[in-house]
Write a protein that binds this ligand. Structure first.
Ligand SMILES: *Cc1c(COP(=O)(O)O)cnc(C)c1O
Length: 567
C-alpha cells in the first residue's frame, strides 16, 4: 500500500487537453536543455565545456555506482543530469573535421519532436498515420531525385545505410532463391562489392547466413571506384566454379575517399555476364549512404550556374554529377539522412526501383501489402526487419521542406568549397603531405605523409614498392594519427588504415594509411582553412621530429626530415 499522498502519475506526461500549464512545463524543460547546452559551447574548441575523467575504470565505476532511484527525481534535476552527460562532448564546431558525422539541423530536430509528441508506430499506418504519410511523401520526393518512377518505386525508413545494404541482400537472395525463406539460404549464392566498400555487406553476409566467404571483393582503381573489368572476371570465375552471383553493391561515395562506382558500367557488365551465362541478373544496390545527396546536383544547370558557384567548385560538382547521374539504374539504394540529410539518428531511407521487390520479403504476400500501393489501413510493413518503427520520416520531411533543393545544394557546395581550399593550402604549404584521393573532389581529402628518401605515392600505386617500404610509410602516418588523436579536442581529424590496396614488388598486397580531412560542419568556412593548415604544419613537423629521435635512439625505422621533392 502506498502511504501519504501518492503523486499524480499524469505529471510525467504531456497533457491530453492542451492546457497551457503543461505546455509551459515542457517548454521550460526543453529550454533548460537548450540553455544548458548553449552554456557549454565554445566555438574555438571541438568539445563542449566540462571535464570528464575517463580512466581505464570509467565504465566499471559507472556500472557499480548506477542505481535506479527509489523515489523519482524532479524533472529539473533530471535535466541537470542530462546536461552533465554532454560535458566534454564533441560538438560540430568549425574544427570538427573527422568523418561523416553531421550536426542535426534545426528542422531535423523539430521534425523529431513533432514525431515524438504523437509517438506513432510506423509498423502500421493506422497506428502511425503521420509517419506513414510523411514516409510516402519522402519516398515520392527522393524517388524523383534518384530518377525512379514514384508510382512504381517503393521503400521505407530504416536503420542506416547498413540496414539498406542488408535489405538489398535479402531481396537479392529472394529473387534468386524464392524458397530460401523456407529452406534456408543455399550456399552457392555470391555477392560482390569493391575493396573500398563499407563493411556493411560483410556483416550482412554473416547475418543472412550466406557467410563472408561468399563475398567477392573487387579491385579498385586509383580513384577508389570499382574496377568493372575485374567485376566481369570475378563474376565469370564464380559462375565457372558453380556459384550464382546474386548481389552487386556499387558504392556511390566511399566512406574514406569518396570514390564513386560507375553504376552504368556496372549495370552493363552485370547484364552482359548474366546474359552470356543465361542467369538472372543479380540485384544491384547503390550504396549511396554517403554520396546520395549529391544527386541534388543531377539536374543543376552548370552552364547558367544560378547559385554562382565558384568555377572550381562547379567543376568538382560536375565531376560528381557525371558519376551520380545513373543512380536510377540501381535496383535499390539508400538516402542516409543521418549523414548528408542533416537529420538526427536514426533516419535512413531504403528505396527500391520496383516496389514488387518488397513482396519478396513480406511475411505473407497476400495480407501485408507494401507502401504507397494500397489504400489507407493496408500499409502494414511486414517486410521490414523491424517490427515497431519510429516515424523518422517526419524528421526527413521537415528537413527536405526547410532546406529545399537549393538549401541542400548550397550546403554541399560549401563543403566542397572548404575541401578545395584545404587541398590548395595543403598543396602550397605542406608538400610532404600528399593528397591520395586527388581524383575525388567532394568533401573528403585523404593526405599521406612520406618519409625522406622513401618511395612516392606514384611508386606505391605502380606496384614497385616492397611491403617493408609501405609499412615504413604507414608507420610514419600512424604516428600522425596518434598525435592528431591526442589533440583532437583542439581539432578533430579522421584517419583510415585502408585507403587503397596496392600491389607490392613481391606480388603481395599492402594497404595505404592516410589522415582524413572531412568537411562536414556547416561552421567550417573557407576563411578557417588557413588556420587549420597551419595547425597541421605544426603537428607534421612534430611527427617528423619524433621520428628522427626514434632513429637516433636506434629505432629500426629510419625516417628523416621531409623533403619537398619526394613526390
Ligand atoms: C556510413 C556508410 C554506411 C553505413 O551507414 P549507417 O547509416 O552508419 O548504417 C554504409 N555505406 C557507406 C558508403 C557509408 O558511408
Amino acid at each position: 500500500m502506498m502511504s501519504g499522498i501518492a503523486p499524480d502519475v499524469r505529471q510525467w506526461f504531456p497533457s491530453d487537453d492542451g492546457n497551457p500549464e503543461k505546455r509551459e512545463l515542457m517548454m521550460k524543460l526543453i529550454g533548460q536543455i537548450l540553455a544548458g547546452t548553449d552554456a557549454l559551447k565554445d566555438p574555438d574548441s571541438v568539445n563542449l565545456k566540462g571535464t570528464k575523467l575517463r580512466s581505464a575504470r570509467f565504465y566499471n565505476d559507472l556500472l557499480l555506482a548506477s542505481e535506479i532511484p527509489e523515489q523519482g527525481v524532479p524533472m529539473e534535476e533530471v535535466g541537470e543530469k542530462l546536461l552533465e552527460l554532454l560535458h566534454a562532448h564533441p560538438y560540430h564546431t568549425k574544427y570538427f573535421l573527422t568523418n561523416i558525422l553531421p550536426m542535426a539541423s534545426i528542422p531535423g530536430i523539430v521534425g523529431m519532436i513533432a514525431a515524438f509528441l504523437v509517438n506513432g508506430n510506423n509498423l502500421w499506418d493506422v497506428y502511425g498515420p503521420a509517419g506513414a504519410e510523411a514516409e510516402v511523401k519522402v519516398i515520392g520526393m527522393m524517388s524523383k531525385l534518384a530518377g525512379y518512377d514514384p508510382l512504381r518505386s517503393g521503400g521505407y525508413t530504416s536503420w542506416g545505410g547498413q540496414g539498406a545494404i542488408f535489405s538489398g541482400l535479402r531481396i537479392a537472395i529472394s529473387k534468386h532463391a524464392p524458397d530460401a525463406r523456407i529452406n534456408g539460404v543455399p550456399d552457392r549464392l555470391f555477392a560482390f562489392c569493391s575493396e573500398a566498400a563499407h563493411y556493411s555487406l560483410f556483416k550482412s553476409m554473416e547475418a543472412t547466413g550466406l557467410g563472408t566467404r561468399n563475398l567477392v571483393k573487387i579491385r579498385t582503381l586509383p580513384d577508389s571506384s570499382m574496377d568493372v573489368a575485374d567485376l566481369r572476371r570475378q563474376m565469370a570465375r564464380v559462375i565457372h566454379e558453380g556459384g550464382v552471383p546474386v548481389y552487386i553493391v556499387a558504392t556511390t561515395g566511399t566512406t574514406d575517399a569518396m570514390g564513386i562506382d560507375n553504376i552504368k558500367d556496372i549495370y552493363e557488365a552485370v547484364e552482359e555476364v548474366s546474359r552470356a551465362y543465361n542467369l538472372r541478373r543479380p540485384h544491384i544496390h547503390a550504396d549511396s549512404a554517403l554520396g546520395g545527396f549529391f544527386a541534388f546536383y543531377n539536374d543543376y544547370d552548370f552552364a547558367a550556374n544560378p547559385l554562382s558557384l565558384q568555377s572550381d567548385t562547379a567543376q568538382a560538382l560536375q565531376t560528381i554529377q557525371r558519376k551520380m547521374a545513373h543512380l536510377g539504374l540501381a535496383d535499390s539504394l539508400c538516402f542516409d539522412f543521418q549523414k548528408l540529410g542533416q537529420t538526427p539518428y536514426l533516419t535512413s531511407l531504403f528505396l527500391v526501383q520496383d516496389a514488387e521487390d518488397l513482396r519478396l520479403l513480406d511475411l505473407d504476400p497476400d495480407e501485408t501489402p507494401y507502401v504507397g500501393h494500397r489504400g489507407y489501413g493496408q500499409y502494414h510493413t511486414g517486410y521490414t526487419l523491424e517490427c515497431s518503427r519510429m516515424a523518422s520520416s517526419i524528421s526527413m520531411y521537415s528537413a527536405l521542406l526547410a532546406f529545399g533543393v537549393e538549401g541542400y545544394r548550397r550546403l554541399l557546395a560549401q563543403f566542397v568549397d572548404v575541401n578545395l581550399a584545404f587541398r590548395r593550402e595543403i598543396g602550397a604549404r605542406i608538400p610532404e603531405a600528399v593528397i591520395v584521393n586527388p581524383d575525388n573532389p567532394g568533401i573528403i581529402t585523404l593526405f599521406r605523409l612520406y618519409p625522406e628518401g622513401g618511395r612516392s605515392f606514384r611508386e606505391e600505386l605502380s606496384g614497385s614498392c616492397t611491403s617493408q617500404e609501405i609499412r615504413r610509410t604507414n608507420d610514419l602516418n600512424e604516428k600522425m594519427f596518434e598525435l592528431l588523436g591526442q589533440h583532437r579536442d583542439r581539432m578533430f581529424f579522421g584517419d583510415t588504415k585502408k585507403h587503397l590496396t596496392v600491389k607490392t614488388e613481391d606480388n603481395g598486397h599492402a594497404v595505404l594509411y592516410a589522415s582524413k580531412f572531412f568537411a562536414i560542419s556547416p561552421y567550417t568556412q573557407v576563411e578557417h582553412v588557413n588556420e587549420i593548415v597551419r595547425y597541421l604544419q605544426e603537428k607534421i613537423a612534430d611527427v617528423y621530429a619524433r621520428f628522427d629521435m626514434q632513429m637516433d635512439k636506434g629505432g629500426t625505422i629510419s625516417v628523416g626530415t621531409a623533403r619537398s621533392d619526394i613526390r
